[in-house]
Design a protein around this ligand. Structure first.
Ligand code: ATP
Length: 235
């Protein structure tokens, strides 16, 4: 569903991605792991059109979307939940969800999807009238994912959903990422520092190092790989 070929990205004169190639099959969960600065967030930003590719290509559903405008990419159903979440702090939970549906006009569908979001994240239902900026980090992450779902995406890119969140909420969020993948058939590209958790829910993974793909394999094999275990899984 999503395919990168030799993607190159630079910040000014400094190259951050040196030709990344990867595939995310439809309805799968694929993870990018790697140390700080490996290029994981840069990869997601380039896919969603927020950074310009200097070389290579991004294909989505067989269509070349390299360097397309971000709003056009979102409209195709490819949605990015950035690191740091970027929720609207002064709006309530419900208002944030409505913002996620701003391209839609089907009020019945919007209502159904709001209910679905409240079903997978009951915490958001309890806090529907609370200003989003006053919620905990984990609750804000739930809201960021729910707001993305309100756009009815087919492919979701999640950047560090576990970052700075209490372990109990991390578990709840990861359980729901799996549920969204199964129940809604959403394709998911996940970027995570918590490689253990990410590989547990993924079918395939890529290890990035200094802007290159160092290793790729099934998530099961990566979890067993001694080098991966030593470098990324805390062995
Ligand atoms: P982290 O987990 O720390 O976010 P990452 O794997 O997502 O790491 P990126 O944020 O993609 O890494 O960064 C890749 C490289 O690009 C790093 O060397 C980083 O310093 C550099 N970089 C990222 N953003 C910018 C920027 N706005 N300007 C200049 N260099 C940048």
């Amino acid at each position: 569903m999503l395919e990168l070929q030799n993607l190159e990205v630079a910040y000014g004169s400094i190259k951050a991605l040196h030709g990344i190639s990867l595939k995310v099959p439809e309805k799968s969960i694929v993870t990018l792991i790697g140390a700080n600065g490996a290029g994981k967030s840069t990869t997601l930003r380039a896919i969603s059109g927020l950074l310009k590719a200097r070389g290579g290509s991004v294909k989505y559903d067989g269509e070349d979307i390299t360097n397309a405008a971000p709003h056009k990419i979102v409209a195709k159903g490819l949605c990015h939940v950035p690191e740091g979440r970027m929720i609207f702090a002064n709006l309530t939970v419900e208002e944030n969800l409505r913002m996620g549906a701003y391209l839609r006009k089907d009020s019945a569908g919007i209502k159904t999807d709001t209910e679905y979001c409240f079903h997978i994240f009951p915490r958001l239902k309890e806090r529907r009238t609370q200003a989003a900026g006053t919620m905990s980090g984990g609750e804000q992450q739930m809201l960021a994912i729910a707001r993305a779902l309100m756009g009815r995406p087919r492919c979701l890119m999640l950047d560090e959903p576990s970052l700075g969140i209490a372990p109990i909420l991390v578990r709840a969020i990861f359980d729901q990422i799996v549920a969204i993948n199964k129940e809604r058939g959403l394709t998911i590209l996940l970027v995570e520092q918590n490689a253990n958790l990410a590989l547990k829910i993924s079918s395939y993974g890529y290890v990035l190092e200094t802007g290159c793909v160092l290793l790729e394999d099934t998530a099961e094999s990566l979890q067993k790989n001694p080098e991966v275990r030593a470098a990324y899984l805390g062995d």
